[in-house]
Design a protein around this ligand. Sequence first.
Ligand code: HEM
Length: 124
Amino acid sequence: MTRLELDDAGLEALVEAFYDRVRADSELGPIFNDAIDDWPHHLEKLVAFWSSVMLTSGRYKGQPVPAHMKHRDRITPELFDRWLGLWKQTTDELMEPDAAIALQAKAARIAESLQLAMFFRLDR
Ligand code: HEM
């Protein structure tokens, strides 16, 4: 199978495949399916996010922390592990090996900082 490269076309195909799996997941799926009405718009935003993060394209202009904070009552650290597990599986299957490793490392760091912001704030 031809592996996807770390470019906009590769990220678009990756994001699409990943969220197909997320939506089908018994624990993650309901949270996303309840929160998101306009999937094409969400996927576009996520492609822009990964393009900004991995290719420094500057395409994403959002605020991930408040976006996740809204769902704080349903999101747990265990779910982050599940999300990262699916991300690892999907990137290992679809991406060039170096790209998969870089995407996994980046996601782990972002997941860490999201969790610090969500679960370890002292001023709440
Ligand atoms: C948005 C869930 C982990 C990146 C969202 C939204 C949900 C969600 C429900 C839509 C928010 C809304 O508009 O109501 C989750 C869950 C996670 C998780 C359940 C793990 C347990 C991550 C991770 C990343 C990430 C690890 C990055 C590596 C994003 C981005 C958005 C988003 C960029 C769009 C924010 C915006 O509106 O600008 N997520 N997420 N998420 N998520 Fe996650």
